[in-house]
Design a protein around this ligand. Structure first.
Ligand code: PLP
Length: 485
């Protein structure tokens, strides 16, 4: 299997990035039911080669540019292999103490690399947890914030709870609101425009909050986005002003979540850490190490503060909080069959109380491997090289009169120009540079193949804001190699 995967990486550039199959193609190729007798591994691998790979969109191809990068690395593979080999289910400390303790330690390490405030670390008054995705991260903190209020005001207050974010925020928030029972009209996506580079305006937020309070609604959750698609939100790369928003949230007793899913990884470089200035004001923060930190999917790091809560003024209602840990309060269950001495004595972290499922994998192994086998300096170098490529690319775009830079973004605003952009990249030294600039030490003979969209991600930072290629349907074609994609 290892050889098979190694061969796949050797030939990955030969595949069309986007799978060319038609819907339902696989049903015609595979039998209707599982075999009665065992088959050989070789038979299965032959089928993978002939029937599965044609239906794969090759996210790790250097020519992949769709959605977002989902990078992997040899270190990440090794961690995944070890995790699969050990295959434990670490929902409580007792079910595998090393799994819980390593996760706490590694998220403290990563939190320190990101220069998160001490309050987010387990050595402080908070802690980190690995979720599968940013969507789960925002969901669990929204549930924590919701229940914190409902515990005090009673369940009937649910229909009055209001969530705020900008209209550029990732749809993961809307899904969390749906699941959390927030009235659809109370998920308020405040309007943004080019005058603020599509960032959420603190003035608009303050006004929305006071208007809502005056009509009897209860503001309780604010989601700001940082470092998405380089820096900023999903569709426009806007960067919300954390400090100002955080202060408003605090004054109104609102839980403040910062979503840095996409490019939060860049903050391991001191020169990009400024993008999360103001995170000190947040109650929770998340970034996806599986997007730009060489950690194989899935690895969404979420940090939560558990400070002693002061009495808070909620839309004119004074709430008294004794509960230090809203997240655990919202998500913990304590059935007889899960009880054990360490948990009962409150001596340990049980991550089942920080997430939706009970079961959980040993995901910290791969992040630990990545941090140890590459080291901070190489990881910083990796990020910086992408940003250098981005600057180079930006120069190409800026020098071409067919394209226009606006609102700190590079946008292809005429879809007919996509082929021109493809040729712009294709004719340049860009790809040679991508190959030449790989800074990572090789482990064994395995080359570090990674998506060139990582480099595109670096585009975002090249203007200290973002560079954005508008969401053209054929964005995958930007790879240049497979225009038919
Ligand atoms: N938030 C931001 C800023 C994102 O960029 C993304 C994914 O692109 C998400 C949330 C959702 O990510 P996930 O697939 O981890 O739920």
């Amino acid at each position: 299997m290892v050889d098979f995967i190694a061969d796949y990486y050797k030939s990955i550039e030969n595949f069309p990035v986007l799978s060319q199959v038609e819907p339902g193609y696989l049903r015609e190729l595979l039998p209707d039911s599982a075999p009665n007798q065992p088959e050989t591994l070789q038979n299965v691998l032959d089928d993978v080669q002939a029937k599965i790979l044609p239906g794969v969109t090759h996210w790790q191809s250097p020519s992949y540019f769709a959605y977002y990068p989902s990078n992997s690395s040899v270190a990440g593979f090794l961690g995944e292999m070890l995790s699969a080999g050990i295959n434990m289910v670490g929902f409580s400390w007792i079910t595998s103490p090393a799994a819980t303790e390593l996760e706490m330690i590694v998220l403290d390490w990563l939190g320190k690399l990101l220069k998160l405030p001490e309050d987010f670390l387990s050595t402080g008054q908070g802690g980190g947890v690995i979720q599968g995705t940013a969507s789960e991260s925002v969901l669990v903190v929204l549930l924590a914030a919701r229940d914190r209020v409902l515990t005090k005001l009673g369940k009937n207050a649910l229909e009055k709870l209001v969530v705020y974010a900008s209209d550029q925020t990732h749809s993961a928030l809307q899904k969390a609101c749906k699941i959390g029972g927030i009235h659809p009209e109370n998920c308020k996506l405040l309007k943004t425009d080019s005058s603020t580079n599509y960032a959420l305006s603190p003035d608009l937020l303050s006004k929305a909050i006071s208007d809502d309070i005056s009509t009897g609604l209860i503001p309780f959750f604010l989601c700001a986005t940082v470092l998405k698609r380089l820096v900023g939100t999903t569709s426009s790369t806007a960067v919300d002003p954390l400090l100002a928003l955080g202060k408003i949230a605090k004054n109104n007793g609102i839980w403040f979540h910062v979503d840095a899913a996409y490019a939060g990884s860049a903050c391991i470089c001191p020169e990009y850490r400024c993008y999360i200035d103001g995170v000190e004001e947040a109650d929770s923060f998340n970034m996806n190490a599986h997007k730009w930190l060489l950690t194989n999917f899935d690895c969404s790091a979420l940090w939560v503060k558990f400070p002693p809560l002061e009495n808070e003024n909620w839309g004119g209602i004074l709430l008294e909080f004794e509960d230090r840990n809203a997240l655990i309060q919202a998500l913990s269950t304590n059935p007889e069959y899960l009880k054990n001495k360490a948990s009962q004595a409150n001596m340990v972290v049980d991550y089942k109380d920080w997430q939706i499922p009970l079961g959980r994998r040993f995901r910290s192994l791969k992040l630990w491997m990545v941090l140890r086998l590459y080291g901070l300096e190489n990881l910083q170098c990796y990020i910086r090289n992408h940003i250098n490529l981005a600057k180079y690319f930006e120069g190409l775009v800026a020098a071409d009169s067919r394209f226009e830079v606006f609102v700190d973004m590079v946008a292809v605003f005429d879809l007919n120009l996509v082929p021109s952009l493809v040729s712009l990249i294709g004719d340049s030294l860009y790809w040679d540079k991508v190959k030449a600039l790989d800074p990572l030490p090789h482990i064994g003979d395995a080359p570090h193949r990674r998506s060139s969209s990582d480099a595109a991600l670096g585009l975002a930072l090249s203007r200290y804001r973002s560079v954005w290629i508008s969401q053209v349907p054929s964005v995958a074609a930007l790879a240049g190699c497979y225009p038919s994609d």
